[in-house]
Design a protein around this ligand. Sequence first.
Ligand code: FES
Length: 319
Amino acid sequence: MKALTDLTLIVRRTDDVGELIREIELTRPDAAPLPAFEAGAHILLTLPGGTENAYSLIDLTGDPATPGSYILGVRRDANGAGGSRFMHDLKPGDQVTASLPKNHFPLDPGDGPVLLLAGGIGVTPLISMASALARRGRDFRIVYASRSPAAAAFADRLATHGDRLRLHHDDRDGGPLDVAALIAEADPATHVYVCGPKPMIDATRAAMEAAGRADLFHAELFENVSHQSGDKPFEVEIASTGQVFTIPADKTIIEVLEAEGIDLIFDCQRGDCGICQTDVLEGTPDHRDVVLSKDERDSGKVMQICVSRALSARLKLDL
Ligand code: FES
């Protein structure tokens, strides 16, 4: 359902900017300025059927106070639920509905050094962060990992950051980026922001926790981790009412409980904002988020119900 605050936007331009990656520029129909956003922000675009997908806003100036347009980068995922196909099929003049900008991945307000780690299309929020950090004169580096040069969309735009930018291509550089080595050589006061596939985020979190710097770790996930091959149905019991619902392999806990009229609080539905965190009273969660620390995961006492599933036949949740 369209919210009163939702924006009606028109596609102004689409460009192929990398392997399977399209840049999409959106404006108001009357070209009036759009609401401001800060580095790390995203908008939710409404897809056919009413579901919403989050797309980070790309800012190349570091000062998106009155943007004339919103720029997105979308990777086409042949195995996805269809959101990226819809986005890639958009043509100039098409109309879409978007939320106001939201930001669960903001830069810290300090002045210490920053390391930005981008994996694939996860580069999009980090482009805006690099622009903002450069504008503030803050010490930062951005390391952008992709499978190949052809997959490194927007690398040309980041070239303006000179030797602050390092490009890593798996096919040229002997495999995946060694994030642990980057963190080991960084100043211990460095805030680390990582956006990319889950293995990259997990490796970065593990290295930061091992270094005793978990409080300087920030992540956003650019991958749907809620469904994996081999997923099985499980049951969820609502502690307050005793109701039991079956979560099929192709649905999330939130999708099922919402459809059943259970009042829930959530936002990103990607496992990176932490808003849907729920206490687990019985059962064993199958954690798929990037929010929880290792200790929290190991405790099994909390979970992000937007993406995580169950290793046990039933979970009893404190809802
Ligand atoms: S809604 Fe963001 S972590 Fe679940």
